[in-house]
Design a protein around this ligand. Structure first.
Ligand code: FCB
Length: 486
């Protein structure tokens, strides 16, 4: 602000009044604050903090039937008219099946040293169980060899939604047949890759392939079952998680670590005052009772059983011994959050987002950076995990054209920056947050939204398969290199 009280300002003002252009041109531009301004990088990350990127088999591999692969529920679902945007299918996707080596070379050139991928169950057991397809194992052997060559460490998810259709035909997640099949699949995969993989994730986002696959029917296999049946699908998924942990303990070899990736419902207190924080915590505990609550309590909690009443899942003796096996870390996929405040009578109240609240093009993806603070913090406080990793965080936008070889996705750069700042705040406040995986490495098949919705930091031209790193890829690459938010 100009103050006429300073003699220098008065002089300038007088000169400008006489001959404005000449006076300004003759005056050297020396803002008063220039000498004292500094750029402070407070947000440094520890040398051991894991920075990675993530993707999943069904979304990038393509080669839908190559080398003996079986059909998955998503392959079938995408062929039902009206289920996937634009009638898109997974048949080719990013053709990663044939291009993984160049993809890993690109990753390495960006300084990315950790990559979360998933294994396609129908490549290993085309019918879900029974006969093994050796060519499926060979493919991932080549993938891990290429990653090693490029200095990239794999974090492997055993199940990221591509259930073999043959299992769905026998009941899918509503049946214990799937639990037994998963146990066999997990044993086979962990045994085969124990030397290559030291970080295993059992399942990705249980609620998405159960509730959305069998309740609302918006995801494969697109069924609309009763609450009782949906609760049973959760239970079968929890059992599979337990089998994944068991398999890694038995066959994973020295140093193997295992955890679940959950998309817990994240509460963000409307203010960071004690009453709103307590309300957020109470909401968080109730909303996450059926997955994280059950795993950590070693049983279904009283609150959950009361809520579901006669629709409670059938539990067999010994189920919870498996479900609650200790894990090494908890993976969290966090994109957004729900604002919660203290209710009038001591309870809590979730505050809906107004219609014009800022969001990405994905309608569910409201921009709530504080979710990356409150999600890990509440998980730590409520479940007491020794290590938490953000196994997915990112944003989906349509229409990101390549212009002169560039994609200027400043919205994604801003998203990553603002969310990472909150992650950093969580660490500063004592939350054992140990890693962050950006979703996704490359634009891919975004489930029912097809290819129109792009989450990648690398642009994929789905016609030519040309890869173009976006501005956000360069930005993230710099963050990884400097280990601080830039
Ligand atoms: C998550 C999924 C992942 C991707 C992102 C955008 O729920 O785990 O596969 O689709 O959303």
């Amino acid at each position: 602000m100009t103050s006429l009280r300073s003699p220098r300002r008065r002089q300038l003002f007088a000169a400008a009044a006489l001959a404005p252009t000449a006076a300004i041109a003759a005056t050297p531009q020396r803002p008063a604050a220039a000498a004292t301004t500094t750029l402070t990088y407070a947000s440094a990350f520890h040398a051991d903090f894991v920075f990675g990127v993530a993707a999943a088999s069904a979304q990038i591999e393509g080669a839908a039937f190559e080398d003996g692969k079986g059909e998955s529920v998503w392959y079938r679902f995408a062929r039902i008219p009206g289920k996937v945007h634009g009638g898109d299918t997974l048949d080719v996707a990013c053709d990663h099946y044939h291009r993984f080596d160049e993809d890993f070379a690109l990753m390495a050139s960006l300084g990315i040293k950790t990559y979360r991928l998933s294994i396609a169950w129908p490549r290993i057991y085309p019918q879900g169980d029974g006969e093994l397809n050796p060519k499926g194992l060979d493919f991932y052997r080549r993938v891990f060899a290429s990653m090693k060559k490029h200095g990239i460490e794999p974090w492997v998810t055993l199940f990221h939604w591509d259930l073999p259709q043959a299992l769905e035909d026998r009941g899918g997640w509503t049946s214990r047949v799937t639990v037994d099949a998963f146990a066999q699949y997990a044993d086979t995969v962990v045994k085969a890759f124990a030397k290559d993989v030291k970080h295993w994730i059992t399942l990705n986002e249980i609620l998405c392939f159960t509730l959305l696959g069998y309740g609302t029917g918006t995801k494969a296999p697109g069924r609309k079952e009763s609450d009782k049946v949906v609760n049973q699908t959760y239970h079968h998924a929890l059992l599979c998680h337990g089998h994944g942990v068991r398999a890694v303990r038995k066959f994973g070899g020295p140093g193997a670590q295992v955890g679940l990736t959950d998309n817990c419902a994240v509460a963000v207190p409307v203010t960071e005052k004690p009453a709103d924080i307590a309300a957020a915590k109470a909401w968080f505990i109730e909303r996450n009772a059926q997955i994280l609550g059950a795993i950590h309590a070693g049983r279904y909690t009283d609150g959950f059983l009361k809520r579901v009443g006669a629709d409670a899942p059938d539990v067999q003796p010994g189920d919870f011994d498996l479900i609650s096996l200790p894990t090494d870390f908890l993976g969290l996929n966090i994109y957004s959050g729900t604002f919660v405040r203290a209710g009038k009578n001591g309870g809590y109240e979730a505050v809906p987002h107004p219609v014009n609240y800022p969001r990405a093009d994905s309608t569910w993806l409201r921009l709530v950076p504080q979710a990356l603070y409150w999600g890990p913090r509440l998980c730590h406080e409520v479940y007491g995990h020794p290590a938490i990793h953000i196994t997915e965080n990112g944003c989906g936008y349509d229409d990101e054209p390549v212009v002169n070889g560039e994609v200027l996705d400043l919205h994604r750069r801003d998203y990553v920056r603002s969310y990472l700042r909150e992650a950093h705040r969580a660490i500063a406040d004592g939350v054992p947050l140990k890693g962050y995986f950006l979703w996704s490495f490359i634009d891919n098949f975004e489930w029912e939204d097809g290819y129109q919705r792009r989450f990648g930091i690398v642009h994929c031209d789905f016609k030519t398969q040309l890869r173009t790193p976006k501005l956000s890829a360069r930005y993230y690459s710099d963050i990884i290199k400097e280990r601080r938010i830039l």
